[in-house]
Design a protein around this ligand. Structure first.
Ligand code: 13P
Length: 287
């Protein structure tokens, strides 16, 4: 059964580790992440962007697939199914479809509008026992065609949104989606410390987990980050493993063209990436 992300993130915040959000794109992705979480006894959050939701034939299809897999694979660790960077309308659709957690990304609205919309969704999610992630200050990089510039959030605005009663808060601290540029300035730990001081027990979310050096991840966790989002890194490891299989000509040997064989190395590569991240985030054995 899907669970809200509230309990797992409050436990992570108190225990000074982070739960990974891994974005899903299809059946192989979902199965790889769920099996790894179960093997390592780790809580996990499956992230679905609006684009990925569309690709997978809509939120209801995603809910059906994930619920079916949890049952058929005997997954007993806590799993939250979470809308990643949702619009206001997208959040409502996911709530209706049976997601256990949603992100409303109102960071591009003026703060007053972000507050008003977030507030309304807090009420809805509270009534239904779902977790809600809000965002302050756009996170840089490209996601679903939107490009930001590694922005840094205003800690006072973070407090305003945190006080509305959201479950977890994403705040830009110089993080970027996708690969980091050579000249990246790194995470702004001063900003993170200020946000943490003002928001107290609120679990903070670090987006753009791909390519952030391990020491920065650890420091971010020590300063209150309890959820870390990873997407691109699984895509890169899936693509590299699939490329190797084809370049070695394995799809031309025997029944190597069978999709179950063709996609197997990529599936294993995702499992390995998820394992590495769970080790780094400290969530192993915390289910
Ligand atoms: P990356 O693709 O950089 O890992 O970011 C993922 C993310 O933050 C999803 O919201």
């Amino acid at each position: 059964m899907l669970v809200s992300a509230k309990e797992m993130l409050n436990k992570a915040k108190a225990g000074k580790y982070a739960v990974g959000q891994f974005n899903i794109n299809n059946l192989e992705w979902t199965k790889a992440i769920l099996l790894t979480a179960q093997e390592l006894n780790s809580p996990v959050i499956l992230g679905v962007s609006e684009g990925a939701g569309k690709y997978m034939c809509g939120y209801k299809t995603v809910v059906g697939m994930v619920n079916g897999m949890i049952e058929e694979l005997g997954i007993t660790v806590p799993v939250a199914l979470h809308l990643d960077h949702g619009s206001y309308e997208g959040a409502k659709k996911c709530i209706e479809a049976g997601f256990s957690s949603v992100m409303f990304d109102g960071s591009h609205y003026p703060i007053e509008e972000n507050v008003a919309k977030t507030k309304e969704l807090v009420e809805t999610c509270n009534k239904l026992g779902l977790s809600l992630e809000a965002e302050v200050g756009a996170i840089g990089g490209e996601e679903d065609g939107v490009i930001g510039g590694g922005e840094v959030a205003d800690p006072k605005e973070c407090k305003m949104i945190a006080d509305l009663g959201v479950t977890m808060l994403a705040a830009g601290i110089g993080n970027i989606h996708g690969k980091y540029p050579e000249n990246w300035a790194g995470l702004s730990f001063d900003t993170l410390a200020d946000i943490s001081a003002l928001t107290g027990d609120m679990p903070l979310v670090l987006h753009g987990g791909t390519g952030i050096p391990a020491d920065m991840i650890k420091k971010a966790i020590s300063l209150g980050v309890s959820k870390i989002n990873v997407n691109t890194e699984c895509q890169l490891s899936f693509a590299a493993a699939t490329r190797k299989y084809v370049e070695e000509g394995k799809d031309l040997q025997g029944k190597g063209f069978d999709p179950r064989k063709l996609l197997a190395p990529g599936f294993e590569a995702i499992k390995e990436t998820v394992k590495e991240k769970m080790e780094l985030f400290g969530s192993i054995g915390k289910a």
